[in-house]
Structure formats: C-alpha cells, structure tokens
Design a protein around this ligand. Structure first.
Ligand code: G3P
Ligand code: CA
Length: 285
C-alpha cells in the first residue's frame, strides 16, 4: 500500500508540476546501452588502458571510469582513493605526485603476474591519467566519468570540465550519443559541474540496501531533475513501476553493476536504458 501511495503521489506531483528537462545531450532513452564498468574489468585489471581497449573490442557503448587528483593536481584514473587494493604500494592518491604513481603497477589481483593479462607490456598497466585515456580512446568509445571523494580534491570539478572541453568531449557523436557523461553519488559535485557547464549530461548514482525496492521522494526527484538527465541505480532494487515513473519524469534509468545475463535481460524487458557491467560481452555481441 505504501508503495502504491508513493507511485500515485509521485505521478500526481509530476503531472501537476509538468516537470521535465531540456538537455542538449541527454543520455539516450532508446536502446539498451552497455557501459563497461572500470573497462572490461572482469578480464583485465580495472581502470587500465588494456581494460578500456578490451571494452571497445567487445563493442561496449561506453567505458566507465573513476577519477581522483594527485598531490600535484593531475586527474588520474583509479577506483579507490587509496592505492593499496590495486597496486603494490599503500597510501592516499592525494599524497602521491603523478611521477610517483607512475612507478606503481595497476594490477587488481595481488600476486597475479601482469603477463597473465591480455598484453605483456608492463607499461600498459601503469595507472593512467584521464588525459591519456581520453587521447587513446576518444575516437573509439564514449566515457562515463565518475567523480568521487571530492571533499579531498578541491577544484576537481573545474579541472574535469576544463579537460573535457579541451578534448572536445562536450556534445554528441555521429550517432547522437553524448561523447562523455559524468556520474556521481555526490550530488554537490554534480550540481557544481552543472553550474560550470550545463551541456554535460549528468547521472545521479543512487544505492539501495539489499532487499529494498527503489523509491525516491517527489522532492528528491524534483531536485535531481534540476541538474541530471539520468539516474544509475543499484540494479536489484529496480522495479517496473519505479522505472516507469522515472521515465515519465524525463530521467533515463541505468542499472549497476550487472554481471548476470538473466538479470540483464530482465532489466532490459523492464525498460531500463542500459547496464554497467564488468563483462561487456554478457549478452553476446
Ligand atoms: O557504475 C556504477 C559504479 O561505478 C558505482 O560504483 O563503486 O564501482 O564506482 P563503483
Ligand atoms: Ca565507478
């Protein structure tokens, strides 16, 4: 009953307020996009160039990656704010210079030889800068860039927007898809990006606890609509009424992180616009 009331009140509120977005490059609402989560990270060390290149080879529509700022102000690509899990060293990224980080090897599985990966060249498994990834990949694939831990990195939003502009990533490609999208759990960071450059499509990441069904208040939804054209939701929580309500509000709905083919097909049938997956070949090519 509570759920029914939520759907009804949200629908009434949306129609009464005629809420809608006007975006230059919204996230596509047609089709079913495959977003390679940290690259093809089921097969190659996450957030490395080989992982992104493999995602392209497997026909992913986007690569997803996470960015942080080094001590000397360089945007680098890594998931954690700390190098311990994915390299042989310890410590926060913000306390390393880029040159120091380049001495490390980005190999997700401790003890796994770099040569076990798709390439033998150790150089390929260095922690990449965002600029290096963009230069290497921008003619071949699109980007979903995640801003995280922004409180540690004052000014990271400006740096990211500046780098996207310099590299011509704002706008749509020949297929009409945005060349790059920013997503984050951090609403403050997304709002800051929107203020700096409203043409960049944004997606609000939303996490629900295990066993919970997706639900957001009408107030929250109205707020999201002021800066984002889509939401990325922990997939187990998604339900058809929630997806329909978000679509009616004008938001694209993406699901993370889906490495189960049956779940991917169920989400597709539900009308979800795409999935983040470690296995871009999950549904075949
Ligand atoms: O694709 C969604 C996902 O990137 C959010 O979580 O922890 O993998 O960055 P995380
Ligand atoms: Ca991420």
């Amino acid at each position: 009953m509570k759920k029914l009331l939520w759907i009804m009140s949200t629908s009434v509120l949306l129609s009464a307020c005629n809420i809608g977005n006007e975006w230059d490059n919204p996230m596509p609402e047609e089709g079913f996009l495959i977003i390679a989560h940290r690259g093809a990270s089921a097969y190659e060390p996450e957030n490395t160039l080989p992982s992104f290149e493999l995602a392209e080879d497997l026909n992913a529509d986007y690569v997803e990656l996470d960015v942080h700022l080094t001590k000397d102000g360089e945007l680098i690509v890594m998931h954690d704010d700390d190098v311990k899990r994915t390299t042989e060293a310890v410590g926060k990224i913000k306390d390393y210079t880029l040159a120091e980080l380049k001495e490390l090897t980005a190999n997700e599985e401790k003890g796994k030889k770099v040569a076990d990966g798709r390439r033998d060249e150790e150089e390929a498994y260095k922690i990449p800068t965002l600029q290096e990834v963009i230069e290497e990949m921008k003619d071949d694939i699109r980007f979903v860039i995640e801003l995280k831990d922004t409180d540690q990195y004052p000014g990271i939003e400006e740096k990211l927007v500046g780098l996207m502009k310099e590299n011509g990533l704002i706008g749509a490609d020949a297929k009409g898809y945005p060349k790059a999208v920013i997503h984050s759990f951090d609403k403050k960071a997304l709002k800051q990006v929107h203020k700096l450059e409203s043409a960049i499509p944004l997606m609000q990441l939303i996490s629900f606890d295990e066993g919970e069904e997706a639900e957001i208040s009408a107030k929250e939804l109205r707020d999201i609509l002021t800066y984002a054209s889509g939401i990325d939701v922990s997939y187990e929580a998604l339900t058809p009424p929630f997806v329909n309500t978000m679509h009616d509000a004008g938001l694209a709905v993406y699901a993370y992180t889906v490495d189960d083919a049956e779940a991917a097909l169920r989400l597709k049938a539900m009308g979800v616009n795409g999935i983040h997956t470690d296995e871009p070949d999950l549904l075949g090519e």
